[in-house]
Design a protein around this ligand. Structure first.
Ligand SMILES: [Zn+2]
Length: 289
């Protein structure tokens, strides 16, 4: 099925093989043949979409031999066998779809490719999809959602990862924030925990991001990857403050300003199964550092 899917994708490369295009060159960069790998992963015009997105993915050109293999190895590397793997792959699928859509708009409607617009379209689609999944959980997934495996995504070289999480209790409008710092080699650097008061879970998650930024600045960090499992918070910080809820807005605006105080600050989304260490630090039950 994968192979026929691959052949069914009407890239210039495929069209040329079928004598339906004058050449196989990528119509966007004009540098290489437009294979499915080039179109979705390797073209220089799609690099900012993967790297600028909430997964901060740097595609390693030397290791991509086929799109199908890339998807399979991404899935093996970055997802535990549960709901979050589906979330990650869904985000990748929406990224591919909107890259294809932008390429077709460029080719047939003369619309220049704007990575920011593509990223907004990806997160809007993913957000709507996750909302539907959240409201209509599949009963057959219930057993697997509970499987949670700790997993760390190594930050880029020279970057310190600020991994944050929050717990929140509705009756008391309060909760806890956990922050764990990890260097580029994956070694533990520092951790901190704070009690917070917040009007909503979204506001608690934004406060967690704020505390993470404050902690990083207090330690004099220059390049940071701030990682949260709150999809909405990370999208709001990466794209537009207006996308966040109003209760979270003050922390969101402050976190955005603090982010600009670092030499380089990137906002990154992580599925909650991969955020277990920080998650337990932020939990209500946690009693010792
Ligand atoms: Zn290209």
């Amino acid at each position: 099925m994968w192979k026929s899917l691959h052949r069914a994708f009407p890239t210039m490369d495929e069209l040329f093989k079928r004598c339906s295009a004058p050449n196989s060159t990528c119509p966007i960069c004009h540098n290489q043949d437009e294979s499915i790998e080039h179109l979705l992963l390797l073209c220089q015009r799609v690099e900012p979409v993967w790297f600028g997105g909430i997964l901060n993915l740097k595609i390693d050109r030397d290791t991509v031999s086929s799109w199908v293999e890339w998807v399979l190895s991404f899935s093996m590397e970055h997802g535990s066998p549960n709901y979050d793997k589906m979330a990650l792959l869904s985000y990748v699928a929406f990224s591919c779809w909107h890259i294809w859509e932008a390429r077709c708009n460029f080719l047939y409607n003369n619309c220049q490719i704007n990575p920011t617009q593509v990223l907004c379209a990806i997160s809007n689609s993913a957000r709507a999809f996750f909302e539907v999944v959240r409201r209509n959980p599949n009963p057959s997934d219930q057993g697997t959602v509970a499987i949670r495996e700790p997993m760390w995504f190594t930050p880029p070289t020279m970057f310190t990862k600020i991994n944050i999480d929050a717990s929140w209790s509705a009756p008391a409008c309060s909760g806890f924030v956990g922050v764990v710092l990890q260097d580029a080699d994956g070694f533990f650097v520092a951790a901190t925990r704070h009690a917070i008061r917040a009007p909503s879970v979204g506001a608690a998650e934004m406060m967690a991001i704020l505390k993470g930024c404050e902690f990083g600045l207090a330690l004099g960090l220059q390049k940071v990857l701030v990682e949260s499992d709150s999809f909405d918070s990370v999208c709001s910080l990466s794209e537009s403050l207006e996308m966040g809820g109003w209760e979270a807005f003050p922390s969101l605006a402050k976190a955005k300003r603090l982010g600009e105080s670092f030499q380089d600050c990137r906002w990154s989304w992580i599925p909650s199964s991969a955020n277990m260490t920080t998650d337990s630090l932020a939990s209500q039950q946690y009693t010792e550092m």
